[in-house]
Write a protein that binds this ligand. Sequence first.
Ligand code: FBP
Length: 549
Amino acid sequence: MKKSALQKARAAYQPKLPIALTGPVKVVEGQPTQSVADQEAIERIFPNTYGLPEIRFEKNTNPTPGKPVNVGVILSGGQAPGGHNVICGIFDGIKRIHRDSRLFGFLMGPGGLVDHKYIELTAPIIDEYRNTGGFDIIGSGRTKLEKVDQFEKGLVILRELGITALVIIGGDDSNTNAAILAEYYKAHNTGIQVIGCPKTIDGDLKNDVIETSFGFDTATKVYSEVIGNIQRDCNSAKKYWHFIKLMGRSASHIALECALQTQPNICLISEEIEARNMSLADVVDYIAGIVAARAAEGNNFGTVLIPEGLIEFIPEIKRLIAELNELLGSHKNEVAAMDAEQLTAFILGNLSPENVATLKSLPEDVARQLMLDRDPHGNVQVSLIETEKLLSGLVAKKLKENPSFAANGGKFSPLHHFFGYEGRCADPSNFDADYCYSLGFNAAALINAGVTGYMSAIRNLVKPAVQWIPGGIPVTMMMNIERRNAEDKPVIQKALVRLDGAPFRKFSENREQWAQNTCYIYPGPIQYFGPAEVCDQPSMTLKYEHQSK
Ligand code: FBP
């Protein structure tokens, strides 16, 4: 395969490891752990893997020789930069334990385990993918591993290949399922260990013990580069308002991090909008107010960052979506037979008057999307709604109703962008390349330590990589019980933006100034070669969170 000059140079990059992982390790066990909430219920569901101690690895001066091990690996869910390096780290880690160790990759996500689709990952394959973006080495998928027949089908192929440890690289749901699988394999004395690895660009898999998920650093740097470029264009032409939606599912971590990196005129944070019980009209008033205030200074341009999940957090729309999901979910069969016109009439005839009013207040195309576009589970496909266009349309309407806006020379020309896929497969930043390789290497150490139901954890991430602290956290420690699809389920708590957290506070202290004045920062592209202060910096979210500890 032909490669670019950067690809060739990047292939030679040797990711940095925590000092403890550069040689044989010894296991230091902490105190037994408890789940973050609902301890009794979680213990009942995980009798074999609950309450295990945290683990830290230290250098071992008196190592015992390791045995060969066959390991399976799965990439689960959306792509995130650095996934290949996790796999390279596992490969190098198990080879260091014993050179006859082997690594098998299950293809296209958890479905590959169930359907027995796999390849052996040998040294020449691994070397092709070092420090590259994407998940194409084995592909990824969103099949949920949650049923006993899936666990049993998986067991057949694991036994056939002599695999005694499985690493699942995924987000909160995939790691929840990894914990359930670990419990099942332990309860049935299969001898198969299951280790999780924290992945997602969304940044919502983090807590007191997992500092960040991998991929967040690179993705936000890519988006911030492009936002910076747009801001430079915006500040040059001085004639457009750019409405930029950013991926990230429910949580607003990506939007917040990009705001800290680029200082836009406006950044909406869904969690704050919900906490302040702001209506859609309030959000529109807020944006229109800033547009008008900037126009009064002769600045008919600006940038607005919008988190992907915003619409679900606006209380009146949240209520509408909940009722729509409930109504359509409980009439699945009738609804399936209806055409668009019949469905619209059915919805308008059965929703509460309050929610009909909300629906009618929305632009027609958005109302249609909410009513008619559903995912396979019958839920509204919120991420398909073009919030950036919805908001700019409503702001334009609001400004038209304000005669002094145009009279004072105000102009409003919006442009729209959505950044998501642009960043998910970027070549990992040095931070993600090092972090991911360490997570993989560390997973191999957890396997060698014989544990199961643990997540690979690397801490102290704002320090240089050599000072990072490797270890493992029992997944049950991060769990609580939540209501999902009308059932109480054990799940890893999803981390939303904390309004009392240092990153949000930093943003809110500065946003008024950024709104009125033009304080743009232009971060430029990710740098792979050069001084550490340019190339090896972690995200601002991570830095502020650490400073406040
Ligand atoms: P994960 O939660 O699986 O890491 O996926 C993250 C994400 O990129 C979200 O930000 C986005 O909403 C979603 O995946 C898009 O999913 P798809 O890849 O199926 O279009």
